[in-house]
Design a protein around this ligand. Structure first.
Ligand code: NI
Length: 228
């Protein structure tokens, strides 16, 4: 699955995040501090120290936004969310092709989080930089993603992906992983499509008994497939 979610952050939240990140100073560290042996040789960017005060403040803004986003909930069916991280690519920086590590250790409580879904929340408008596309490969080919500030893409963490080199400007983003209630990408995708169909039927006042049956099937499938 690859789902683009518009307007995850509003203008005020974007301003608040950007101000905090612009003032972060020494909290910006080499992105390789959290890269594994596969990612480190190809990762050239900066990121916010995930234990810093600024990281905690920015995480609160993002988490409260995604918790209220119905498309995120429907597409990802989150169980555990890794605390959002923040990165920045200046001119010439990039992140070569890699697959995200399968398990992350929660930086605050040490829990293990299986990374089923990867998320990138764009914080810079595309007009302000060139290059920097997030290029994601799946069974349907390579998808190049560059979204307006405040929009987010979620995609299966099993995908090979890269961030193209920046040729002008600076690209600041938020990224994180989610352990989903539904581990299997194909099952999660079917549930997302089914939920979308139910929402459409609800809006058109379709036959109530059929809708009730379909909603029941949706929840029973979640019950059948989910793990907590
Ligand atoms: Ni990655």
């Amino acid at each position: 699955m690859l789902v683009c979610i518009p307007d995850v952050l509003d203008a005020a939240q974007l301003v608040s995040l950007r101000e905090r990140l612009d003032r972060a100073g020494e909290a910006w560290v080499d992105g390789r501090v959290t890269a594994g042996y596969q990612g480190a040789p190809v990762k050239f960017n900066r990121q916010i120290d995930e234990r810093s005060e600024v990281a905690l403040a920015c995480q609160r803004i993002v988490v409260s936004a995604i918790e209220r986003n119905p498309v995120f909930i429907s597409a990802v069916l989150p169980n555990m969310v890794y605390p959002p991280m923040f990165n920045r690519y200046g001119e010439g920086m990039k992140f070569g092709a890699h697959v995200d590590g399968s398990v992350r250790i929660h930086p605050h409580d040490g829990r293990k989080i299986r990374t089923d879904v990867s998320a990138t929340l764009f914080l810079t408008n595309p007009a302000d930089y060139d290059g920097g596309e997030l290029q994601i490969e799946d069974t349907y080919g390579c998808h190049s993603v560059k979204l307006p500030a405040g929009d987010m893409v979620v995609y299966t963490a099993a995908s090979l992906h890269q961030v193209a080199p920046i040729t002008r400007g600076t690209r600041t983003s938020c990224f994180f992983w989610v352990q989903s209630l539904i581990r299997d990408d194909a099952q999660r995708t079917m549930l997302y499509e089914m939920d979308g169909a139910i929402q459409r039927l609800n809006q058109t006042n379709a036959d109530e008994i059929a809708r009730r049956s379909l909603i029941g099937c949706y929840h029973n499938l979640v019950r059948e497939w989910s793990e907590t």
